[in-house]
Design a protein around this ligand. Structure first.
Ligand SMILES: [Zn+2]
Length: 430
């Protein structure tokens, strides 16, 4: 974990938020490489969930919504974590985190408590996770709003808009990617638990029948797991975990998480939820089919974390064989697809030729340029960034118009004609 955190900072994947002012707990900024990785994850998700399907449409709803949305959705009452407070130091912990609580007690014991004193705790208290903001210009007349605690409600409040403005018929889905905000009590494990984060969600509407609900729940479970596997997450590090009755969110009929085996333990990063008719009925929304039959659809939701996925793709990709460190990211997720180097930076013909190749690839692929140091160092640098292919222009290039293409994972090299280079990369990205 420390290695990934250090690499993310060193190479510009992820920085602590507002770092020059001492940071802001639970916030992270994505640098040049990290923002590409995240964009690639989102693009792949959008392509698979919207672009390639005929039964899903996308939306992009506002972060600030009428507070009534959160009253109706139940978040104002129920979107809370029960907390307990340590009576020695007044730090608060989630009541269900028994290990953290025990660890905290032990730290007090190790420091030495006054004679006869035990670590005591308050009884669990509710604490709302929604982040509050104020809208309006006149002091005293500002309206309290909430930054959305999940992007989900944007899909529900637009349900009738989408149905009446598009040719969609149940079963169909509404997909969305966007930021959400939560006053997490204990942000931690790098970007895993943040106060500002991005979600990629599908709300899939089906007829309110048990068979339909079960069928689509199983279908989306399978689809979502396959998607992560298709982008390189190791199968043995993935599993499903069913929610216990006591931990299910207020809206869920039943729920299963896709978990990844992170260095800090099996951790959820996508939930498949059967939300039943909770949301649409709370918002008093419904649907009428072609036969004129009115009903409240049920919803199967797939809710993934973009930041958590990015973190797990990075952890899963990290390779270290004592000679080099490389990120074995799926090429479609890699920030840069190709890097182009002149063998020698002080040979004008090589530099010019390399520049022309770089310029010709750039419109089609994220392409990096490097002419610092020696070739070996440039390879190591691109390996750490996860760049799948490095193209070197050498003296042979000037004679036969071929270049060396070096593969990130095998470190093997092959000669490719310059005229076929773009097609070579495009084919590998298919
Ligand atoms: Zn304490």
């Amino acid at each position: 974990m420390e290695k990934i955190v250090a690499l993310c900072k060193r190479r510009g994947f992820i920085y602590p938020g507002s770092e020059i002012y001492g940071g802001l707990t639970g916030t992270w900024d994505y640098g040049p490489l990290g923002s590409e990785l995240k964009r690639n994850i989102k693009n792949e998700w959008w392509k698979s969930m919207v672009g390639l399907r005929s039964d899903v449409v996308g939306i992009d709803a506002a972060i600030m919504m009428n507070p009534q949305v959160w009253r109706s959705s139940g978040h104002l009452e129920a979107f809370t974590d029960p907390l307990v407070e340590c009576l020695v130091c007044h730090q608060r912990f989630r009541a269900d985190k028994r290990e953290e609580i025990a660890g905290h007690e032990n730290s007090h014991k190790a420091e030495g408590l006054p004679a006869g004193r035990q670590v005591e705790w308050t009884s669990p208290k509710k604490f709302n996770l929604l982040v509050e903001a104020e809208l309006g210009v006149v002091e005293g007349e500002k309206q309290k709003v909430y930054l959305r605690g999940e992007i989900t409600q944007g899909a529900f409040v637009n349900f009738e808009n989408v149905v009446s403005s598009n040719r969609v018929k149940i079963p169909f889905g509404i997909a969305q990617i966007g930021k959400a905000f939560r006053n997490e009590i204990t942000p931690g494990n790098f970007t895993y638990r943040s106060r500002e984060f991005e979600q990629m969600e599908l709300e899939f509407f089906v007829r309110p029948e048990k068979e339909e609900g079960d069928k689509w729940f199983d279908y989306w479970k399978k689809e979502r797991l396959e998607w992560y596997k298709s982008l390189g997450l190791t199968e043995s590090k993935l599993r499903f975990r069913k929610h216990e009755d006591s931990e299910r969110a207020h809206y869920a009929k039943y729920a299963e998480d896709i978990e990844f085996e992170a260095p800090f333990g099996w951790s959820e990063f996508e939930g498949i939820h059967h939300r039943g008719d909770w949301d649409l009925s709370r918002h008093k929304l419904g649907y009428m089919d072609d036969q004129g039959q009115k009903f409240t659809p049920w919803v199967i939701e797939t809710s993934g974390g973009v930041d958590r996925s990015a973190l797990f793709f990075l952890l899963n990709a990290y390779q270290d064989d004592s000679k080099r460190v490389w990120l074995k990211l799926h090429p479609r997720l890699a920030p840069y697809k190709v890097a182009v180097f002149p063998l020698l930076a002080n040979k004008q013909e090589l530099v010019e030729k390399a520049r022309s190749i770089y310029d010709s690839l750039k419109p089609s692929f994220m392409t990096a340029w490097d002419d610092r140091g020696n070739i070996g160092k440039r390879y190591l640098s691109q390996d750490e960034a996860g760049t799948p292919w490095c193209v070197t222009v050498d003296f042979q290039t000037l004679e036969d118009d071929t270049v060396t293409v070096r593969d990130r994972d095998t470190a093997e090299q092959e000669r490719v004609k310059v005229s076929e280079l773009a097609a070579f990369v495009a084919k590998k990205l298919e």
